[in-house]
Ligand binder design. Structure first.
Ligand code: MLT
Length: 259
């Protein structure tokens, strides 16, 4: 479905009945990333998926999409749907957006599941990488997207899930350059939310892939352990919803049941 927001079109889907579950995709993905999980999740829940700014069928608002800009656009849809309380599941950048959302609108949050995502800000090296990528992408988009994608799946699952890998790459390549750059800069600017996340009173769970090359999985484990935040580590990489689909679905269902 399409929703008009500040002069652009925002795309979302709304399926099922029950308490609301909001699914936010990651960088260079779109709401279709959840397709395989939807049949299970809609059995007992109302499931809303949203194309974030500059991704999928949602337009660009500007040249930088901060995590807060993306969160505000998500809020407008949830308000339009008259939803008051919801559980968020955010994959990677979608998790950063969900964290920004929970800081802006804390009263609406029942729970937050970070899937292959983090409350940490970028370190300096990653900030520099993003700035460099945003320069290079202007002249070499296809190669840059391919490179961004190369490490997302573990080596084993790139072969095992070749079809899903190619489909995800196809979707990534449809992301407009402005969407790439605006989100990449928005992620570069995002604040650290570690303390906020550890202290927040809503229910939370962190789902990680052991071979993830984007996140500091070991550092995260130390942190979540110290703050007794429920965490599960799957066997593969950054794309657990594909690489460890059954376990992810089970953990999400388990998480929802407890709320
Ligand atoms: C994502 O998958 O959303 C991105 O890789 C996250 C990031 O670049 O930090």
């Amino acid at each position: 479905m399409v929703f008009k927001y500040k002069g652009i079109e925002k795309f979302y889907t709304d399926q099922g009945k029950g308490s609301a579950l909001v699914l936010l995709h990651g960088f260079l993905e779109d709401s279709s990333m959840w397709q395989e999980l939807i049949p299970e999740l809609t059995k007992k829940n109302r499931v809303i998926t949203i194309d974030l700014l500059g991704h999928g069928k949602t337009g660009c608002l500007g040249y930088v999409h901060t995590m807060e800009d993306m969160a505000a656009a998500v809020y407008a849809i949830l308000k339009h749907l008259k939803l008051r309380k919801y559980i968020f599941i955010g994959h990677s950048m979608g998790g950063y957006v969900a964290l920004a959302f929970t800081r802006l609108y804390p009263e609406s949050i029942k729970g937050l599941c970070l899937l292959n995502s983090t409350y940490e800000e970028d370190d300096n090296e990653r900030k520099q990488l993003r700035a460099r990528a945003n320069k290079m992408v202007q002249s070499n988009y296809v190669n840059m997207v391919r490179m961004s994608f190369a490490n997302l799946f573990s080596a084993e699952s790139k072969l095992k899930h070749a079809k899903a890998f190619n489909l995800a790459l196809e979707i990534a390549l449809k992301t407009p350059i402005q969407g790439y750059m605006a989100a990449n800069e928005g992620m570069r600017q995002r604040e650290d939310t570690s303390v906020f996340f550890a202290e927040a009173s809503f229910k939370k769970v962190v789902l990680l892939g052991k071979k993830d090359t984007i996140l500091n999985v070991n550092d995260m484990l130390k942190f979540t352990n110290k703050h007794t935040i429920e965490t599960h580590v799957f066997s593969e990489g950054h794309m657990s919803h594909i690489e460890n689909k059954e376990e992810v679905t089970q953990q999400i269902l388990h998480f929802i049941e407890k709320i």
